[in-house]
Design a protein around this ligand. Structure first.
Ligand code: SF4
Length: 195
């Protein structure tokens, strides 16, 4: 699998520029990234975080992103829009966790028609003032929750729910060294568990 995505330029900064984003996910993958603990301090002069819940930066830098970490699948039209914009700016796009790779827990709804889901959630007997949400700012649901690779090309995957912190560490260290990480073999034995 190639690390290079030719339509997105690398950041000109000597620091590795990392952005993270959550679509239909639970932020557990983001928490696992934070679990690399003291390694973050070791990397402070080598990486910089761009758009991410960690920075509260909402827009991607014009400078280009080296690694974009995407958590979660796509459950609505806004997710698709956000993902496409993210992909266009990232040199390496990483699908992080079971939701981004397969749809994960949110995809459990895929066997049920959306109209039936809405009926159950908002119009079921016994609800007070049952009505469908109709605020125009609410993005329409997709028919099915999609994994990231069904909408844009993905360069790397970090499996797990969530992936272990050591997998994030191995990925970042390999990227700093400008080489393709082999997550399966670079992890210590205790971290080779992706459930
Ligand atoms: S893969 Fe697991 S931890 Fe990550 S967003 Fe999905 S449910 Fe949460």
């Amino acid at each position: 699998m190639s690390l290079m995505f030719p339509t997105a330029p690398a950041s000109p900064s000597p620091r590795l520029r990392i952005a993270t984003c959550s679509l239909a996910g639970c932020f557990g993958c983001h928490m696992s990234l934070l679990d690399i603990d003291e390694t973050l301090a070791d990397l402070v002069d080598l990486i910089t975080f761009d758009r991410s819940p960690f920075t509260d930066v909402k827009a991607l830098s014009e400078d280009g992103i080296d690694i974009g970490l995407i958590e979660g699948g796509l459950c609505n039209e806004e997710n698709v829009e956000v993902l496409r914009a993210f992909r266009a700016r990232c040199r390496v796009l990483v699908a992080v966790g079971a939701c981004a790779m397969y749809g994960g827990v949110p995809a459990l709804r895929n066997g049920i028609p959306v109209a039936e889901l809405m009926q159950t959630a908002y119009l079921a007997d016994g609800l007070h003032d049952p009505q469908l949400p109709r605020d125009p700012e609410l993005p329409p649901l997709l028919d099915k929750v999609l994994p990231v690779h069904e909408v844009v090309p993905v360069d790397l995957t970090l499996p797990g729910c969530p992936p272990p912190a050591d997998a994030f560490r191995a990925l970042v260290l390999a990227e700093i060294a400008r080489r393709t990480p082999d997550i399966a073999t670079e992890l210590p034995l205790h971290a080779r568990r992706f459930d």
